[in-house]
Design a protein. Sequence first.
Length: 116
Amino acid sequence: MYQHLNENLTLAQLSEELELSKSYLNVIFQKYAHHAPLEFFIHLKMTEACKLLKATDYCIYEVAQKMGYADPYYFSRLFKKVVGVSPKEYQKGSYCYDQSTEPFDQSSPIGNGKMG
């Protein structure tokens, strides 16, 4: 997953790549991350988007494209849903994304980047 942040993966693609059924893949993610695989993947993408918004001078539509979203408005809505503020607010620095409140267990094999 970490190597495909610029793409839009489906559950079918993930299960095929890992040679697991979709239902078993869901079970594994629920066990270790307490979230569905695609929810986890979106979280990874938004975390990377946060880094790009803070560390570069990219426009929001450029960050959206780099994260695999052709529609910057969809990206913005999704970003706000996950992060809590719009990408514009985040980029302005009026909000600090507290990664300690991330919904994923960083000590699990999934949350610490040792899978995918």
